[in-house]
Design a protein around this ligand. Structure first.
Ligand code: COA
Length: 416
C-alpha cells in the first residue's frame, strides 16, 4: 500500500517550488488535485515548449501522478467548488505571490473556518521582514540565501548553480513540513500552518558556509586553496571554486579527452587515510617519506601543486578508468556526468530514478522519478494530467455532485 493513501491534497501550486512538493506527495500515494486557472492553467504548461501545442517538459516533469481541475476561484460557483474541496481535503498547498491567497479569500483564518483539520502549506520567497512582499524565482533565492556569494571562483562574480536548490529544495522542505504536520494532527486533531521561505531553504542548505564565516574569526581557512596561494581572506566566506566543502581536500581534475569533451573530468578527494595509496597510484612514492607531504597539515599550503600533479596522472585515463582504479583502493572520487550520461545511465534507470513516461499527446519522454525509496511504498511515475482532465471525476466522485449540478457548474464562469 502507498504510504499516503487516503490523504487528499489540494494543489494550488504553480511553476516549480510548490509542484515539486506535491509531486513527491503524489508519488507517496496522496490524492493530489491540481487546481488550475481555466484557459491556460499552470503557466509552465506553455513555457519553454519544445513541441507546438503540447504541454512543455517543464510542466510534465513537475506534475506527475496528479489530477487536474480547472477552476476560476474568483467566480462565485468556482468559490463554492473550492470550498467543498477544502472540506474534503487534508492539505492545501499554495505558492502564490505574497498576499494573493488572502485576496482570494482563502488565508489561514478563512480556510480553518471551512475545515479546522486542514493543513495550509505555503512557499514564499522570504519570511517576515523587509523583503516579505517580494516575488521570488529560483536564482533570486540562491542569491538571497547566501549560495551565490559562495559559488564560483575567487576572481570571478557570484554564480548560481544548476541544481534548483531554491525551488526544488524548498519543495522538499515543504513536503517534510506537511508530513510532519499530518503526523502531529494524528495526536492533536488539528491542522496547522506550514510555511517555508525559499531564502530560508537555501540558507539551510548553505549551513557549512555559515560555519566557515564563523571559523574565519580564528584565522584563515586553511583547507581552502586560497590559503596555499597566499591570498588573504576577508571577513566573510569566500568563493571556493571546486574546493571540497569538508575537511578532506578535493578538486575537479581533467581526464583523457578533456580538450574536446567538456565533461571529461573527475572530482578527486585526497582523503587522508588513503594518502599512501594516492601516492602509489600516481607514482609519487617519494611523497610518502617527505615530511612536506606526509601529513594532512603539511599538505595544506601545497594543494594546488598536489592536484596539478595528480591531474598529470588523471589526464592519461578516461574518467571511468580513473574511478575503476581508485574506487577499489578506497580513494573517493566521482565522474563529472553530463545530462546526456544521466539520461542514459542504466543503474539510475534500474532504480527508477530515471524513468521513461508515455504521454498521450507528447509521446515518450525521460524524467526523474522519485529519489526517495520506501520499501513498502513504491513510487510508480504516472504521466502529468491534461488541463482539466479530471473535472468530471472530481465533481462527481470526490464532491458527489449530481449531473444537474455538474452541468450548471460547467456552464458557469467557474470552469471557463
Ligand atoms: N482562479 C482565479 N485566479 C487565479 C487562479 C485561479 N485558479 N490561479 C491564479 N490566479 C490569480 C491569482 O489570484 C493572482 O491574481 P491577483 O494578483 O489579482 O490576486 C494571479 O493569478 C497571479 O498569481 P501570482 O502567484 O501572483 O503569480 P505571478 O505570476 O504574479 O507571480 C511568482 C509568480 C512565482 C513570482 C509568485 O507566485 C511568487 O513569488 N510565489 C512565491 C514564491 C515561489 O514559489 N516562487 C517560485 C516559483 S518556482
Amino acid at each position: 500500500m502507498e504510504a499516503l493513501k487516503g490523504i487528499t491534497i489540494l494543489d494550488f501550486t504553480h511553476v516549480q517550488s510548490g509542484p515539486t512538493c506535491t509531486q513527491l506527495l503524489a508519488w507517496f500515494g496522496a490524492n493530489v488535485i491540481k487546481i488550475e486557472r481555466p484557459g491556460g492553467g499552470d503557466i509552465t504548461r506553455s513555457q519553454l515548449r519544445d513541441l507546438d501545442g503540447v504541454d512543455s517538459l517543464y510542466f510534465t516533469m513537475l506534475n506527475h501522478n496528479k489530477k487536474s481541475i480547472t477552476l476560476n476561484v474568483k467566480d462565485s460557483s468556482g468559490k463554492q467548488v473550492l470550498e467543498d474541496l477544502i472540506k474534503k481535503s487534508d492539505v492545501f498547498v499554495e505558492n502564490f505571490a505574497p498576499g494573493t491567497i488572502e485576496r482570494m479569500g482563502y488565508g489561514w483564518e478563512e480556510i480553518q473556518k471551512i475545515n479546522p483539520k486542514i493543513i495550509l502549506a505555503s512557499v514564499k520567497g522570504f519570511g517576515p521582514g523587509p523583503y516579505e512582499e517580494c516575488k521570488v524565482y529560483e536564482n533570486i533565492a540562491q542569491c538571497a540565501g547566501g549560495a551565490a556569494s559562495t559559488t564560483g571562483f575567487l576572481d570571478g562574480p557570484p554564480l548560481v548553480t544548476g541544481a534548483q536548490i531554491g525551488d526544488s529544495g524548498t519543495g522538499l522542505h515543504l513536503a517534510l513540513g506537511i508530513v510532519t504536520a499530518l503526523f502531529q494532527r494524528e495526536k492533536s486533531g488539528r491542522g496547522q500552518r506550514v510555511d517555508v521561505a525559499m531564502q530560508d531553504g537555501v540558507v539551510n542548505l548553505c549551513r557549512v558556509k555559515l560555519r566557515d564565516y564563523q571559523r574565519l574569526k580564528s584565522g584563515p581557512l586553511r583547507e581552502y586553496s586560497q590559503y596555499g596561494k597566499g591570498i588573504p581572506f576577508t571577513d566573510t566566506t569566500p568563493r571556493a571554486g571546486n574546493d571540497s566543502g569538508g575537511g578532506q581536500p578535493g578538486w575537479i581534475l581533467k581526464c583523457k579527452g578533456w580538450e574536446d569533451d567538456p565533461d571529461a573530468y573527475v572530482y578527486f578527494i585526497t582523503q587522508a587515510p588513503v594518502w599512501g595509496k594516492i601516492c602509489n597510484v600516481i607514482g609519487k612514492e617519494e611523497w610518502l617519506e617527505d615530511s612536506g607531504y606526509s601529513t594532512p597539515e603539511a599538505r595544506l599550503d601545497k594543494l594546488e601543486f598536489i592536484f596539478d600533479t595528480i591531474e598529470e596522472w588523471t589526464k592519461t585515463k578516461s574518467k571511468h578508468e580513473v574511478i575503476s582504479i581508485c574506487d577499489p583502493l578506497g580513494i573517493p572520487c566521482g565522474p563529472i556526468l553530463s545530462m546526456k550520461e544521466i539520461a542514459n545511465d542504466e543503474s539510475l534507470k534500474a532504480t527508477g530514478t530515471i524513468v521513461e513516461v508515455d504521454h498521450p499527446i507528447r509521446g515518450k519522454y525521460t524524467t526523474v522519478g522519485c529519489p526517495i525509496k520506501l520499501s513498502d511504498s513504491k513510487a510508480d511515475v504516472k504521466r502529468s494530467p491534461l488541463l482539466g482532465e479530471h473535472n468530471d471525476e472530481i465533481l462527481s466522485d470526490i464532491l458527489n455532485y449530481d449531473d444537474e449540478k455538474i452541468n450548471k457548474i460547467k456552464q458557469s464562469e467557474a470552469m471557463k
